[in-house]
Design a protein around this ligand. Structure first.
Ligand SMILES: [Ca+2]
Length: 174
């Protein structure tokens, strides 16, 4: 009799904890699904059927002093909005010295930073509206740092000897 009473009491005391745990689980699962929807490059996000942009090492060359030639995507982001950017292909920062100056969108080497702002030469960079230039590389999944149109460029300190382009896919924004 006492044992039955105890187990009954124990069950009722434990119930709120179970409900709380289930509620927490539901919230967590919803969060994961939302995250996947926003960031997943194929199943989620706006603009998933957009064609890639050809960003050119020469035509879209970008330096600390010159952002005027960045590729204008026409896609506008709101600060905090999820964005997914991926880039395929190789480009060259010094024609005639391809073995040492060819790279993918991650840049020649993470340590080669001739411009002094922490971004390697040869990297794909972005800028949103009037915000600062930021490193994108081959794969970038972040929330937008600023609001405005997304611009893309090739990061360098000397542009006339550049060659090649990468194909950039952008998911998110309007
Ligand atoms: Ca160059």
């Amino acid at each position: 009799m006492n044992e039955a009473d105890n187990s009954g009491k124990s069950w009722w005391q434990t119930l709120p904890a179970y409900l709380s745990a289930i509620a927490t689980l539901i919230v967590a699962i919803t969060g994961v699904i939302t995250f996947i929807y926003i960031y997943h490059p194929v199943t989620g996000g706006k603009g998933k059927n957009r064609l890639p942009f050809p960003v050119d090492a020469y035509g879209n060359c970008t330096t600390p002093l010159q952002h005027d030639n960045m590729y204008q995507t026409g896609i506008k982001f709101q600060q905090g909005e999820g964005m997914s950017i991926s880039a395929n292909g190789d480009w060259v920062t010094s024609k005639g010295r391809p073995s040492t100056s060819t790279s993918d969108a991650n840049g020649i080497e993470r340590t080669i930073d001739l411009t002094g702002v922490g971004i390697p030469i040869g990297a794909l960079v972005g800028k949103i509206g009037k915000g600062d230039v930021f490193f994108i590389g081959k794969k970038y999944e972040q929330q937008a740092k600023d609001s405005g149109e997304l611009y893309l460029g090739y990061w360098d300190n000397y542009c006339p000897d550049n060659e090649g382009s990468v194909s950039v896919t952008v998911v998110g924004g309007n």
